[in-house]
Write a protein that binds this ligand. Structure first.
Ligand SMILES: C[S@@+](CC[C@H](N)C(=O)[O-])C[C@H]1O[C@@H](n2cnc3c(N)ncnc32)[C@H](O)[C@@H]1O
Length: 404
């Protein structure tokens, strides 16, 4: 691979914004990709993947390069040189790469890789939490898998097409996909591609959604005609899936504390041809209380640490803080206590997170079931999905039923 100056400069600019100005990696990369209209698919992939890679391996590369935060541009070039050297890419004779100690970089990589938190490039505290909650063997495998790039997975919008038809349509546009066993609506891209620019996407034939995330709506056991409340709907990944499973029949109330997210859901629903979703901002306890005992199904896709989706959001490793984790655990129990009241007798509730930590998952369910609000419920089944065993995102989901 040959390094191109303007692409490498873009990566360094992006890293400055992410590391030094606290900007979100996905947003920064989105902006970077708009920089030069002449960039082809490969150039764009280089900028996106190299930036994500250096974000993912920040701690390890900074240790190898012997630089400390806040990083100046020279520091970032040194980290870039580490990235290129470890990838076996020949460094051009630009001034930024003068005196790059290639052999020393490889030696330090081997040495530092003996320690998990350095090898996997994670803060000490995350390593400690993972170790404490999952044990050495599981945590070591899971965090390694969480550092790999995730596949692109699509969910067929069955309101508009079938998985087989979608596969053919994408094939005609040069995008090869395969089915995934156990995931009825999913297609996996065999090679990465920008699917958002396809006609099929504009027409709402699919959404991009990881295979684990696609299990959640299935878990909720919805039927056409039901009244379903999606309490933490965000931009609606799961709401849209639920609408497909309900064949647009019945009613879905999609709620979130952020109106901005629900606005995105509105746009997506229109593209998907979804007609049975009502949006409600949670700005007080009123909209919740109004729905007490009314819903056949309630989904709590709870806010969480995101420790199951680091493959997609590698900068979360650096943004997460122990205090946030404590606060979010309290929120998780709180939403379980409050939102479970919307389930009617014999109705069902799914609690889900994209975390692999038991303290955000099964332990929350145990606490809930022992509480007064939880005494009305019984656990039907739950499922832990780990990236290292499934190959998809880390997730947890529990299905509870309210007694009659
Ligand atoms: C895991 S995300 C939801 C993802 C979304 N369900 C999807 O499938 O695309 C959690 C959501 O919970 C929302 N949230 C945070 N605290 C909340 C609360 N107390 N009540 C309702 N929603 C909340 C966040 O704004 C966020 O959109």
């Amino acid at each position: 691979m040959r390094l191109h100056r303007n692409l490498c400069f873009s990566v360094i600019d992006g890293l400055t914004l992410i590391f030094n100005e606290g900007k979100y990696a996905d947003k920064v990369i989105q902006q970077l990709l708009k920089r030069d209209k002449r960039w082809g698919a490969r150039d764009r992939a280089f900028v996106a993947e190299t930036t994500y890679d250096i974000v993912r391996w920040k701690r390890l590369y900074a240790e190898i390069a012997e630089v400390k935060e806040p990083f100046d541009r020279d520091n970032l070039w040194r980290m870039f040189a580490v990235w290129a050297t470890l990838k076996g890419i020949k460094l051009p004779d630009w001034k930024y790469f003068e005196n790059t100690p290639t052999r020393k970089i490889k030696g330090r990589f081997d040495e530092l890789s003996k320690t998990r938190k350095l090898r996997e490039s994670i803060p000490d505290w995350i390593d400690n939490v993972g170790l404490e909650e999952l044990g050495e063997a599981k945590w070591t495998k899971e965090i390694a898998k969480q550092n790999e790039q995730a596949d692109v997975i699509l969910r067929t919008n069955t309101l508009k097409t079938t998985k087989e038809k979608l596969q053919n349509i994408l094939h005609d546009q040069g995008i090869a996909t395969e089915f995934i066993k156990g995931h009825d609506s999913a297609l996996r891209l065999i090679e990465r591609a920008n699917v958002f620019v396809t006609d099929a996407f504009q027409k709402g034939l699919f959404e991009v959604q990881d295979a684990s995330s696609q299990l959640v709506a299935d878990f909720l056991d919805v039927k056409p005609g039901m009244k379903v409340v999606d309490t933490c709907a965000g931009a609606g990944g799961k709401t849209l899936h639920i609408a497909s499973l309900m064949e647009n029949k019945g009613q879905i109330v999609a709620m979130d504390i952020y109106e901005s997210k629900l606005k995105k859901l509105k746009v997506r629903a229109r593209r998907n041809g979804v007609h049975n979703v009502e949006l409600k901002v949670i700005d007080s306890t009123k909209p919740i209380k109004k729905l007490y005992n009314k819903a056949d199904r309630v989904l709590i896709d709870a806010p969480c640490s995101g420790l199951g989706v680091l493959r997609r959001n590698p900068d979360a490793k650096w943004k997460l803080e122990p205090e946030f984790l404590d606060r979010i655990r309290a929120t998780q129990q709180d939403v379980l206590q409050q939102y479970s009241r919307m389930v009617k007798p014999e109705g069902k509730l799914v609690y889900a997170t994209c975390s692999v930590l038991p303290s955000e998952n099964q332990n929350q369910i145990k606490t809930f079931l022992k509480s007064e609000a939880g005494a009305n419920f019984s656990l039907i089944k739950d499922k832990n999905v780990f990236a290292h065993t499934s190959g998809f995102d880390g997730f947890y989901m529990a299905l509870l039923e309210r007694k009659g």
